[in-house]
Design a binder for this molecule. Structure first.
Ligand SMILES: Cc1cc2nc3c(=O)[nH]c(=O)nc-3n(C[C@H](O)[C@H](O)[C@H](O)COP(=O)(O)OP(=O)(O)OC[C@H]3O[C@@H](n4cnc5c(N)ncnc54)[C@H](O)[C@@H]3O)c2cc1C
Length: 471
């Protein structure tokens, strides 16, 4: 009997249940499913693929120590099913669960159902896949985080020649498409370990304050998000390292803030797992009536950073280059699109997701909906671009660095976006658009019908921990 270990987004050696359990008989084959259509589906992009390939490269090297390697299967889950049935009689499949976009989920569920009794699916992060109960979710999450980690895989003795590409042949074909992505984060477990160590030992100092500034957060946030997305380190490993470190740290309150966010990671992904329709519909369905039309030209200006608001445009250009920006700026960018421009989140969300190297559908879609006022269980908050510009970059140094054409302009004029011929005209009036948006959102929230539906949403998705999700 052979064990077939299928990899998707859990690209690490340690604390990888599919790899650990699948290797226990020492007769295993590791297969990475590369599906080109997946990388073009809702919110996916080349920068994410590059990061994922970095992680795979390190995993491939790591597996060599265990007489194994990453074999690449190119095609869909359907194609993989046919290939497995044609090539093996006696096998067990091992795969980690992954909460992802509809394209992945549909393929994965069909694949799973094709192998009754021959497939083992392992839990992912702190998600609770079966018999999930919101009231005990938080307690169970703690248990999962404190459980013993899975060790390295066993050596493989599998010798048969399978006709799949090896990793070095596979990776070479991406050289050209990755050439312009030199500024995005590099993937791989060693990078994740370095980030974790430097964050715990020094970078976390004043994390709680610095996380809101686009300039300071670059260093003072952990920057682990793409590593969680592609699983180059497990949340449990980070959680346990943090717990060991926290008692001797001088930055306890910063580290407690960080710990909370590890919980949020799973809390948000659980929502998409529970209700996959959230990829396309608002959590509170009545909110889908709010924004029925869209304007491609406005959306285009927003995503390309030519809105006439220097701080907002600088954030977008920074994100385009580096593939990451801090929480507060993500929230402001989304709030601008949904409230000031009044565009449906279903149109804007995938465009923003494509720019994030760390695109994690469960977190992204929940946050997009929160920042668009469509969950029904969070109070709508409209970020003022002017206020964020003044608060987060008072001297406009960060803005000028990204938009050098404003080098000699008074910061006050930059914050107020009063720049006449010096800069792109404003595409919307900030104050009146925010006022209109507030009126429209609150007009539907008042009805009894809305409140009834909101209570149902809370039962399904609301956190039972008392805390705010704002920063
Ligand atoms: C509109 C919008 C879209 C977002 N899309 C994504 C996304 O696609 N992928 C993603 O990982 N995060 C997303 N976030 C949440 C947050 O902005 C990022 O997790 C964070 O900026 C990542 O940087 P970091 O790893 O340095 O964070 P840190 O501050 O160091 O936090 C550590 C980890 O905690 C988790 N975390 C932090 N903040 C949140 C949060 N508010 N909700 C859930 N988990 C959180 C992340 O896993 C993060 O890596 C989004 C936020 C908004 C407002």
């Amino acid at each position: 009997m052979i064990d077939l270990i299928i990899l998707n987004r859990n690209l690490r050696l340690r604390d990888n249940p599919a790899l650990y359990n699948g290797s226990s008989r020492s007769n295993y084959l590791v297969i990475y499913l590369y599906d080109d259509a997946y990388w073009h589906a809702n919110g996916k992009s080349t920068r994410q693929l590059k990061f994922s390939n970095d992680c795979l490269a390190e995993l491939d090297q790591g597996l060599k120590k265990f007489d194994s390697q990453v074999n690449i299967f190119e095609g869909s889950f359907d194609d993989l099913k046919v290939w497995i049935n044609n090539n093996f009689d006696d096998f067990v499949i091992h795969i980690n669960h992954c909460t992802d976009i509809g394209y992945f989920r549909d393929g994965f569920l069909k694949f799973k159902d094709s192998f009754p009794g021959k497939i083992n699916i392992y839990d992912d992060f702190g998600l609770q896949l079966n018999n999930f109960d919101r009231d005990s979710w938080s307690r169970n999450w703690n248990k999962i985080m404190n459980a013993r980690m899975f060790g390295n895989p066993k050596k493989s003795q599998y010798k048969d020649d399978v006709k799949l590409s090896n990793f070095s042949n596979f990776i070479s074909k991406f050289n050209d498409s990755f050439a312009h992505l030199g500024s995005i984060q590099k993937g791989g477990t060693s990078q994740a370990q370095m980030l974790l160590e430097s964050f715990l030992s020094e970078r976390c100092k004043d994390y709680r304050v610095k996380m809101s500034s686009p300039a300071q957060s670059e260093k003072s946030c952990s920057r682990l998000s793409p590593h969680f997305t592609f699983g180059s380190i497990s949340i449990r490993e980070v959680y346990q390292a943090l717990n060991q470190f926290i008692s001797k740290s001088d930055n306890k309150s910063d580290l407690y803030s960080f710990k909370k966010r590890l919980y949020w990671h799973c809390h948000f992904i659980q929502k998409l797992h529970t209700e996959p329709e959230l990829e396309f519909f608002s959590m509170h369905r009545m909110c889908d009536q709010l924004r029925s039309d869209h304007d491609d030209e406005l959306i285009d200006k927003w995503i390309n950073g030519v809105t006439g608001f220097p701080f907002l445009d600088a954030c977008m250009k920074y994100l385009q280059k580096y593939g990451w920006i801090n929480f507060r700026m993500r929230a402001m960018m989304m709030s601008f699109a949904s409230y000031n421009l009044w565009q449906p989140w279903q149109k804007t969300s995938p465009l923003l997701a494509q720019l994030f190297t760390d695109y994690e559908p469960g977190i992204h879609i929940s946050q997009v909906q929160m920042q668009s006022g469509v969950t029904g269980i969070n109070l709508p908050r409209i970020y003022s671009v002017t206020k964020q510009s003044e608060d987060q970059d008072p001297d406009a140094i960060w803005i000028k660095n990204i938009l050098p054409q404003l080098r000699d302009v008074d910061p006050k004029l930059i914050h107020a976006s009063e720049l006449n011929d010096l800069y792109t005209p404003q595409i919307v009036d900030l104050k009146s658009s925010a006022r209109d948006a507030r009126e429209k959102v609150w007009s539907i929230r008042k009805s009894i019908e809305f409140k009834k539906e909101a209570a149902v949403v809370y039962n399904k998705h609301g956190s039972r921990r008392k805390r705010s999700f704002r920063r």
